[in-house]
Every structure is written in C-alpha cells, then in structure tokens.
Design a binder for this molecule. Sequence first.
Ligand code: NAD
Length: 305
Amino acid sequence: MTVDTAGAAPLRFRRIGIVGVGLIGGSFALALKTVKAVDTVVGFGRSRANLDVARRMGVIDEIANGWDDIDGCDLILLAVPVGQLPEVMPVIAPRIARDALVTDAGSTKRDVVAYARAAFGKALPRFVPAHPIAGAEKSGAAAARPNLFAGRPVVLTPIEETDAFAFKRVRATWQLTGAKTMRMDVAMHDMALAATSHLPHVLAFAMMNEIAQRPEAEAMLALTGGGFRDFTRIAASNPEMWRDICLSNRDTLCAEIDAFSARLARFRQWIATGDGPALEREFEAARVAREALTIALDASARPRD
Ligand code: NAD
C-alpha cells in the first residue's frame, strides 16, 4: 500500500535509517515493511548482537557500516534512549541528506527539541518530533512487532521551525504504521506525560523495591495477586530508558511527585484518623473516573466503519 498525501509524491521510501533498533525502532521498521512503504531498512546501533538479531528477524535489511551511511537515507528515525541524543544528533547532523526527513520516538520532547535545535542546523525544518504512546516493558529488536502502533496515539510536536511539508509527510508515515496521530505543544506534552506515564513508572519501580528489598520478600511476593501484578507490571521496563526519561523531564516530574505525595499524605491522614466517609468519597470519585476511562478506551479501540 502506498499513501498519497495531499498533493505530495506517494509515500514510499527508498532507504530508511533506524538509529536504535529496539522495541520502538524495530516495530516502526516492521510496520512500514508490512505496508510496503520502504525498499530497504538499514539499522544503526551500538550493540552488534542486537543488530544481528534484527537482521535475522527481518526487522532490518542491512547493518550500517558506520555513521556515513546516514547520508543514503531518505527517512531517519531516532529511537535511542533520549539521554543518547546529545551524542547521536551532532554525529548524524552533517550526514543528513538534503531532502531527508527525520523523526524520533523519544518519550520526552522539550529536551529532544533543545538537542535538535543545537545540532541540526539546516536539517532542523525537516525534523518532526514524535512520541508514540505505545510500548511494552520489553526491549531490544527481539521485542519488535509490526502492529505495536496499531490504533495507538502518536503525539507530534512540531516547532516553529518545522517545515509544513515535512510535517505532513512524517505524519502520514506514522499513520502508515497504523497509529492515530495528534498534534501537541512541546511543554503540554511533557506535563501530561509526567503525570500519566513518568510518575506511574516511578511509583511502580518504588513499589516493587519496597517489597522486594525486605527480608521477608520471598514469602510476601508468593502472596501477590492481580492487584500487585497489574500495579508493578511496568517495573519490568528498561532501566536505562526510564533513567533518561526521568532526568530529561525532571522539573515537571518533581512537581508531579510533590502533588502525588500531598495526595498520599491526605489518604494517610484519613486512614490514621479513621475518617471512613472521606476515604469512601475519594475511592468513589476514583472508581467513577476509572470506569469512564475504561469506557473511553474501549470505544477508541473499537474498529470504526
Ligand atoms: P530499546 O532499549 O528497546 O531500544 C533502544 C536501542 O537503542 C537499543 O537497541 C540500543 O542498543 C540502541 N542504542 C542505545 N544507545 C545507542 C547509541 N548511542 N547509538 C545507537 N544505538 C543506540 O528501547 P525502546 O523501548 O525501543 O525505546 C527507544 C526510544 O523510544 C526511547 O527514547 C524511549 O523513550 C522511546 N519510547 C519507548 C517506549 C516504550 O514503551 N518502550 C514507548 C514510547 C517511546
């Protein structure tokens, strides 16, 4: 399938460069291969073993010989942990071809945009920042799958320098992966994700360690049921990636941790003083909000005609 974007050439790439062939980069490559939107995918990475796995699985067709291979790519996806971008962007910047498009998958956007502004020069208008709200607690090329983005939101955060044509092409490319694209301001993205993703991950890591680091951990963990497992599922996520996300979004995330701590302190107070009505009121408000979220998520997952 090729997609015609308003007045543009059909969306098909000769050579896509995936920088960081992990869960996200690999899934992007597989999704575009599935719809035949690319002739050749070339993988750039720091782990030869992971790139070998990617090639064996057909996620990529070629392993780059070095950074110079960037100049043959007409689309480049940056899918390394965001803390790697200050090193990676200046290396690839002088090698980006004149008409090539660049996008990324970083979970934070203010820092990514700042690194791009510092590094990309003439290529900056053709860089379209993106964040797929899709993922898993697995990492590496072996975890990649073609339908990871199907039906999932991808937030695009173009900046004032972003070229309108590049934006449309990159948006259409993410749509080819099956994703639903949405546009958002950079700061709004980082604030929303700090509350809905970064804080929950910090809580899951903390909760897991709170139990696992006790002397009685083994006996306690043997008693865990669905609640503990659901709550801590994301504590199995990639530590390097989450270190980088937390540090990249530190001011906003610290504000969210403070707000959450204050709420937790109120719960503690009600429990300590035996204030049943206050507790029940809060639990009821949360239950209603969670049920509404379930209905909204189910509706958005339903196929449309
Ligand atoms: P991953 O660990 O599966 O893959 C990252 C890959 O980058 C690895 O193969 C690693 O070898 C490679 N890499 C690391 N440093 C490199 C460097 N300097 N040069 C070249 N390659 C390098 O991670 P992932 O889950 O695919 O995440 C990739 C990006 O996508 C991150 O920025 C993350 O914030 C973002 N993201 C992740 C998720 C998720 O749930 N996993 C969701 C949305 C966005």
